[in-house]
Design a protein around this ligand. Structure first.
Ligand code: PPS
Length: 294
C-alpha cells in the first residue's frame, strides 16, 4: 500500500483538537480559505444530521427539484471544507470549482473556523443532536469509515467520547460554543430531534432564515425526499458511491438507523448513569437543552 491509501491511523492534534492527520496536513489551505458573502455554512459536530440538513438545503436551493438534486453525490454538491484524504474530493479544490451560491459543510469547532466566514458575515446553520445518539452513531461510523482509528469496545469509545478524545474533540464544547455564537452572528441553531419530530416546521424555519419563499407543496416534497427512507436508497445521498476502502457499508451503513433514542438499544444502565452524571457536569450553567428521545 502506498501513501495514497486510507489506513486506520491514530488521530493527530490541531490547536488542541484531535483530528485526522490527513486533515491537519491540509490545514494551511483551510485556514486561508476565502469565503464569499453568499456562502451558506452548514456546521455540525459529526453524526448530528449534517447529510440530512445538506440534502434539505440543496432541495431548497433548487426549488424542490429532485432530479437536480441527484446531479451528483452529496459530498460533491456540498463540499466538506476541511476534507483532505486519499480517494476523496479535496474540500478546498472542490469549492474553488463550484459556482455561487455555495453550500459548505464543516465540523470545525467555532474557534477553528476560517476567519473569512466572519469577515464576509456568512449565514450559518448549525444542527445539534443529543450526545447519546451522537456517541452511538459515531461508534459505528468509526468502524465503517477507515480514516478513523479502531474505536475499541463500546465502553472504551464512550469513555473517549466523554473525554473529548475523538475526532473534533469535545461534543460539549462544540455545541455550547456554537450556541453562544448565535447571539452575535447570523446563525440558525437547529436540533436533530426537532427535525425528526416536525420536519415541515423545520424546513419552513430554514426557508425563513434564508429569506426564501417555500410553498406548502414544495415543503412537503422536500420533507418526503429528505426522509431517512428516501435518503437511504438514494445513491446521491447515502455515500454508497465511495469505494469500500474509504467507507465500508457492510461493516455499518452510513444511513444506519436515523432515529432519536437508539442509544437505549446500546447503553447499559451503568453506562447511562455515568453518562448522565458527566453530562450534568459538562452542561452546568448553560441554557442549552437536549432531548435524549422524542
Ligand atoms: S457526518 O459523517 O458527520 O456528516 O454524518 P451526519 O450526516 O452528520 O450524521 C449521520 C447520522 O444521521 C442519520 N441520518 C438521518 N436521520 C434522519 N433522517 C435523515 N434523512 C437522515 N440522514 C442521515 C444517519 O443515519 C446517521 O445517524 P445514525 O444514528 O447512525 O443512523
Amino acid at each position: 500500500m502506498g501513501r495514497e491509501d486510507i489506513v486506520r491511523e491514530e488521530l493527530g492534534t490541531l490547536q488542541g483538537i484531535p483530528l485526522y492527520k490527513w486533515f491537519i496536513e491540509g490545514w494551511p489551505q483551510v485556514e486561508a480559505f476565502q469565503a464569499r458573502p453568499d456562502d451558506l455554512l452548514i456546521c455540525t459536530y459529526p453524526k448530528s444530521g449534517t447529510t440530512w440538513l445538506s440534502e434539505t438545503l440543496d432541495m431548497i436551493y433548487h426549488d424542490g427539484d429532485v432530479e437536480k438534486c441527484k446531479r451528483d453525490a452529496i459530498f460533491n454538491r456540498v463540499p466538506f471544507l476541511e476534507m483532505n484524504a486519499p480517494q476523496m474530493p479535496n474540500g478546498i479544490e472542490l469549492l474553488a470549482k463550484i459556482p455561487s451560491p455555495r453550500l459548505v459543510k464543516t465540523h470545525l469547532p467555532v474557534q477553528l473556523l476560517p476567519v473569512s466566514f466572519w469577515d464576509q458575515d456568512c449565514k450559518v446553520i448549525y444542527v445539534a443532536r443529543n450526545p447519546k445518539d451522537v456517541a452511538i452513531s459515531y461508534y459505528y461510523f468509526y468502524q465503517m469509515a477507515k480514516i478513523h482509528p479502531d474505536p475499541g469496545t463500546m465502553e472504551e469509545f464512550l469513555q473517549n467520547f466523554m473525554a473529548g478524545k475523538v475526532a473534533y474533540g469535545s461534543w460539549y464544547a462544540h455545541v455550547k460554543d456554537w450556541w453562544e455564537k448565535r447571539k452575535e452572528k447570523r446563525l440558525l441553531y437547529l436540533f436533530y430531534e426537532d427535525m425528526k419530530q416536525d420536519p415541515l416546521r423545520e424546513v419552513q424555519k430554514i426557508a425563513q432564515f434564508l429569506g426564501k419563499e417555500v410553498t406548502e407543496g414544495m415543503a412537503a416534497k422536500i420533507v418526503h425526499h429528505t426522509s431517512f427512507q428516501e435518503m437511504r436508497k438514494n445513491p446521491a445521498a447515502n455515500y454508497e458511491t465511495l469505494p469500500s476502502s474509504v467507507m465500508d457499508h457492510n461493516l455499518s451503513p452510513f444511513m444506519r438507523k436515523g432515529i432519536a433514542g437508539d442509544w437505549k438499544n446500546h447503553f447499559t444502565v451503568a453506562q447511562n448513569e455515568c453518562f448522565d452524571e458527566h453530562y450534568k457536569e459538562q452542561m452546568k450553567g448553560s441554557d442549552l437543552c437536549f432531548r435524549m428521545e422524542i
